[in-house]
Structures are given as C-alpha cells and as structure tokens.
Design a protein around this ligand. Structure first.
Ligand SMILES: [Zn+2]
Length: 278
C-alpha cells in the first residue's frame, strides 16, 4: 500500500514539475505570438528576394511601384517568403511553373494581405497552375480558377494574366481567388485565424446582403452580375474593384469602400500606409 501511495505521490510530483516548466513556456510563447507575430513576420525571419525574382517584380508589378521604398522592401521579402513556403505545381499541359508565374502569383497574394503582415494563407500550401481554362470534374464545367478547402489555390495562367493586362476593368482572377483564400483563411482555425476585424466584417456582411439583393433585382449598380451569386463571390468581386478602380468604387459606394479598406487595412487611394483609413 505504501509503495502504491509513494508511486502516486511521485507521479503527481513529476506532473506538477512538468506543468510548472512547460506552462510558463507556452504562456510566454503565446504572449510573444499574440503581440509580436505581425512585427516578427514583417521585419524578421524574412529573407531578401532573389535577384532574378526582383527583376520580374520591378518589370511587371504595378502595385509594387506605388509603394514607398520601405514598403517595397517589405513587399519584396514577403513575396520571397510566399514563394519559399508554397508548393507550385504545373497542371494540364503546363511543363513547369516559371519564375514569372511564381512571382506574380505571390505578388497578388501579398498585395491583398499587405495590411496584414502575418498572413500568408497558411492553409493553402499548394498552388496548382493550368496553362488555360481547365475542366473541373466536380463542377462539370470549365474553370478559370478556384480555391479549394483541401488547401489548394488553382489558377489558369491565361486568365491570371488577362486580369493584369487590363488593370482598370475591375476583373482580376489572381486577386479574386486570393480574396476567397483570405476569407477562408480567416475562418479556418490555425495560426492565422480571425485576423479580420470582427465588427467590420459584420457590417460588411450586412452591406453584402443589401448589394446582392440589388444585383439580383437588376437595379443599376456598380458591381458585375457575378457578384450576386453569393456573399463569397460578392467579397471577391469587391476586392477586384477595390484595387483596380478604387476612385470609382469610393464614389459609387463610399461606405462599402471604407469597410473594405478597414478589413484589408490598406487604402489604394491614400498611399499604402497602415491604418490610414478615411
Ligand atoms: Zn469566385
């Protein structure tokens, strides 16, 4: 009996010591993560963008040119990190995912998350690139792109490029699919969970419902008909317009524009600074 008792006491002591050692560690780690994660991801642990990638960014990324020197540096490093942590997979007849594809796809993700320095769409670890539209067996139709909860972002390169060739029509496949990824990432419980302001998101949802109703009723409105599909497509179309024609967006829908600006923590009409929302 004495033996069993001392064994139990011993076991309890071991557990107590383990809790005392491990617990402060997890508390400190969680505190550091909570307060400094954005800072760490923004300035530290980021490597320089490879020179061959930098040339592509400079040659093709308009958003990058609109940033000041300090933000350009952050943007470059964040693009490098995105490329490093994702797996890019060629699909269909595409032989390989080229440097241009990697840099421009990464740029569209970083453009969207530039106001949220800690967000890299952790859940979406695989980027599948098709040369052109592709047939989806699940949906039984041709697709330009999609975001799949299994963790894939799927893009057709021709359609991706078309989005950037016309920069002011409010149609941009890259930003559209990244917007889906952003919204899902915010809802999936992981390190990047719940980064969008809850109250702003709530107000945005209320506005979405009203706008979708207008679109479905055929009222003359700002967003294309596809935005009326559901609240997910509405959000993605809003994001496309936010970056491609912000002045017109703000003029037509000032409240929704400000909500989008607050959600994304950036304002294309105001430079790119953090928290400079009007
Ligand atoms: Zn969509």
């Amino acid at each position: 009996m004495d033996f069993v008792l001392s064994l139990m006491v011993g076991l309890l002591l071991v557990i107590l010591i383990a809790v005392l050692i491990i617990h402060p560690y997890t508390i400190i780690r969680d505190l550091v993560n909570y307060f400094f994660k954005d800072y760490i991801n923004r300035y530290l642990l980021l490597k320089k963008l490879k020179p061959r990638y930098k040339k592509i960014l400079v040659d093709y990324c308009l958003y990058y040119h609109q940033l000041d020197a300090q933000d350009q540096k952050i943007f470059r490093r964040r693009v490098q990190k995105f490329i490093s942590i994702k797996e890019f997979v060629p699909r269909g007849d595409l032989r390989k995912v080229t440097d241009e594809m990697k840099v421009l796809i990464a740029s569209s993700a970083i453009q969207l998350t530039f106001g949220h320095p800690g967000v890299y769409f952790e859940h979406f670890w695989k980027i599948l690139v098709y040369p052109d539209t592709y047939y989806s067996n699940i949906a039984q139709r041709y697709h330009h792109g999609e975001v799949n909860t299994k963790g894939y972002i799927i893009l057709s390169w021709v359609n991706f490029m078309e989005g950037y060739i016309n920069r002011t029509d409010g149609i941009n496949l890259g930003l559209h699919e990244m917007a889906h990824a952003l919204k899902l990432e915010n809802a999936i419980r992981n390190n990047e969970y719940d980064f969008l302001d809850f109250d702003v998101l709530k107000s945005f949802d209320i506005e979405s419902k009203k706008e979708i109703e207008h679109i479905r009723n055929g009222d003359i409105e700002f967003f294309r008909d596809y935005a009326g599909t559901d609240e997910h497509e509405f959000f993605a179309v809003v994001v496309e317009n936010f970056f491609e024609r912000p002045a017109l967006f703000k003029e037509k829908k000032p409240y929704l524009y400000d909500l989008t600006s607050k959600l994304l923590n950036q304002n294309p009409l105001n430079g790119r600074g953090y928290g400079e929302m009007g």
